[in-house]
Design a protein around this ligand. Sequence first.
Ligand code: SF4
Length: 444
Amino acid sequence: MYSISVPDEKHKYHVGELAKMFLPEDAFCIYVGQPDAELVIGAGGDYNDSKRRAYAFFRKITGKDLDWGILTGVRPGKLYNELKARGEDPETVLKETYYVSDEKIALLRRVSESQQTVKRSPDPKAIGLYVGIPFCPTRCQYCSFTSNPYQRDASDAYLTALLREMEAVRKLMDRQGQTAESIYVGGGTPTSLEVDQLRLFLNRVRDLFVTDSTVEFTVEGGRPETITAEKLTVIQEAGAGRISINPQSMKQRTLDLIGRKHSPQQIREAFALAQQAGIGIVNADLITGLPEETPEDFRDSLSGVITLGPENVTVHTLAVKKASRMIEEDPRIALRQADNVRQMLQDADRMLTEAGFEPYYMYRQKHMAGNFENVGWCRPGTASLYNIRIMEEDQTIVAMGAGAISKVYFPAENRLERVPNVSNYQIYIERIDEMIARKEAGIQ
Ligand code: SF4
């Protein structure tokens, strides 16, 4: 057990986040003001100073370097753009202050360049909308989202409450003179709804929110086994031009291990249906670092997905969060898979670049294997504005449904204020009036 002493609780948090990237949580202990610890970090420096001291210590113990250096924040792309806007050289700062590797700096540069081609500086009256459906066919082993097994009665009651919240938001937007620039219907798996429910719900989204200034309307399909030709027609009739069909892996053994309950063949069929329907832009999510997967497995999955012809591919890194089953079943998988993830991400970069994709947004999460990142790749001209805005945090996003967290942007102070809904869908239904009242009080 390695011991580190820091000056106060805040330094303890920051140094602790970094320590977890190097070692299992039971292999180190961080104390406040413990003079006989193996590493003693005194008062007087900022968090980055403490993290740099800790980085040198862990590097010596483990022989490891981290690609993202001491950066534990979730939005390195935002930091890169902010440094640039302040007239600083982001690449020098990231290298010298944060110890970020040349490879990750090159990734940030490419992401920043791709974003220049997409509309910048949002109109202050143009907001993003998120609507969540918290039901899925089964719960994935790594899931930490608001997701419940689909049931007809429960989902009917949920939709009744959700439609009330949507109507209240429309009134609120009218009062503020706001329009929806982009709409994202996520979850959960919205396409786990039955056809009549999906039609009622999506048509209401269209009637309430879609206007001439709406540039993007996305529906998350997520689970391939929920996609049917009829549901795709409903999605198109509601005016959505983007969907996500998420394989995560093309290997049956992996899909079984993570509780997905669908086959690679169902993934291929869902993509074929989307192509026949003529859905404009299809995104496919993959995850690096899944149980038992090797870099070769990941390369096979990625080349299989590229063959299916998506316009967007999002490459996630496995994150094992507290709300997931995986944290109980295999808490050390993230550390164990770190070297494989590094290789998988390098392969993704090479294969997607060769196939004509460019990286256009990226973010990190806590508890990710190897402290790596999620990267959204797109064919030129197909970037999702919603995804860029949410990472840049420069626009109000009003989020509806159980577990949804609205973020109100105050441009003058360049800060966000969160307005959350409860995450349990039954409590959301019971307390829908309170959810609406929270929005009325918090959104301006
Ligand atoms: S499809 Fe997504 S939201 Fe649903 S259980 Fe799996 S990870 Fe969770």
